[in-house]
Design a protein around this ligand. Structure first.
Ligand SMILES: NC(=O)c1ccc[n+]([C@@H]2O[C@H](COP(=O)([O-])OP(=O)(O)OC[C@H]3O[C@@H](n4cnc5c(N)ncnc54)[C@H](O)[C@@H]3O)[C@@H](O)[C@H]2O)c1
Length: 337
């Protein structure tokens, strides 16, 4: 069997998940190299995944003739130059979202993808590969709910992880840039249209630290789409019960709701206070399977010379939308996109 030889860049929270999937769960892929600027993480890759070729210099790794592809899971500000360097070194590229932290950076990635059309490029909007989201998309395409005219997207991180969000708030670019990119991508995907206008608000009731850092702990936005459809977004960081990701798509003939109860699994606990459904606790838990399925798609596309259905422009569009939403939130005015 032909195998895609992958080098991974970034071995933090999510990098370890992708590295483990590539090394142990995808038969037609091989993790042959790893790169990180943190020495302990390189030791982890050697010890846990038996990776011999480890690098603290990204350019050195991508110029190795032993790799066919790169998985970029580094800090967001590094993605675009690393995408450009890898494509120009003739490697297929999978990159985590966001594509770039501003639109100028996204243009660098767009140009590199355009001048290397024979190489596979994929952006990690893994929710499109989650089985429930993919199923909902199939149902919409089959006409089950008629014409979709509204998407309501909810993404609330657990209160249990709020300290991490506070420590990241000063450099995150604000709640929309930090949290909304998957939901913005899903709105475009489900509605099959582009947003033209946004109005947004934020509030903070529990952790004044967010306000002190120029951020908010909760925010909402409403979008008008080119085809007349409406998008509604609710993002936050203080769900007391766990990690709440829910999406509703309303159409002329019906409605689809994905994960209205963000349940951990099918177990119900019958106790003195009633019947309890525990909630999923974090993104690696909720989207464990989607991270594997998206990487399988990348590997298959690269081996077969194809492009996946989530490309570089989807990344740019999500970044443009997140910036417009941030401007609307900061100015209190509707913003044309
Ligand atoms: N798709 C999702 O749901 C999802 C979830 C979490 C994070 N992410 C994205 O994944 C990326 C990584 O997030 P994380 O939480 O794992 O971050 P992290 O801070 O835990 O890890 C960052 C990693 O990048 C490495 N790194 C940074 N600069 C580097 C460079 N110049 N060369 C080589 N390595 C470098 C660090 O050594 C570290 O291994 C971010 O862009 C984040 O937005 C996506």
């Amino acid at each position: 069997m032909k195998k895609l030889r992958i080098g991974i860049a970034g071995l933090g929270r999510l990098g370890k998940v992708h590295a483990t999937n590539i090394a142990t769960k995808i038969p037609n892929a091989e993790l042959v190299a790893a790169c990180s600027i943190v020495a302990d993480e390189l030791e982890w890759a050697k010890k846990e995944l038996s990776i011999e070729n480890v690098y603290d210099d990204y350019n050195e790794m991508i110029n190795s003739p032993d790799i066919d592809a790169v998985a970029i899971v580094t800090s967001s500000g590094e993605h675009c130059w690393q995408i450009e360097a890898a494509l120009d070194a003739e490697k297929h590229v999978f990159t985590e979202k966001p594509l770039g932290i501003d639109v100028e950076q996204c243009m660098i990635a767009e140009a590199a993808v355009a001048r290397n059309p024979e190489l596979t490029f994929m952006l990690g909007f893994m929710r499109r590969y989650d089985k429930s989201y993919a199923y909902a998309k199939e149902k919409i395409e089959s006409g089950l709910i008629g014409k979709p005219y509204m998407v309501k997207a909810t993404g609330i991180d657990p209160e249990a992880l709020v300290d991490g969000a506070i420590s990241f708030a000063a450099t995150s670019g604000g709640i929309f840039l930090d949290m909304a990119s998957h939901d913005l991508d899903l709105m475009r995907w489900f509605l099959g249209s582009e947003a033209t206008e946004v109005y947004a608000l934020g509030c903070t009731f529990q952790h004044p630290e967010f306000k002190e850092l120029g951020d908010d702990e909760t925010a909402a936005a409403i979008y008008r789409f080119e085809n007349g459809a409406i998008g509604m977004l609710h993002v936050g960081r203080t769900a007391p019960y766990g990690y709440h990701i829910e999406t509703e798509i309303v159409g002329t003939k019906g409605t689809l709701r994905i994960s209205p109860v963000p349940e951990k699994n099918l177990t119900r606990i019958y106790g003195q206070d009633g019947v309890l459904t525990e909630c999923v606790g974090s993104f690696p838990e909720r989207f464990e399977e989607a991270y594997l399925l998206e990487m399988e798609e990348f590997v298959n596309c690269a081996l077969q010379g194809k492009q996946p259905n989530v490309g570089v422009n989807d990344g740019t569009r999500a970044t443009v939308l997140a910036y417009a939403t941030t401007e609307a939130w900061k100015t209190g005015k509707a913003v044309k996109i």
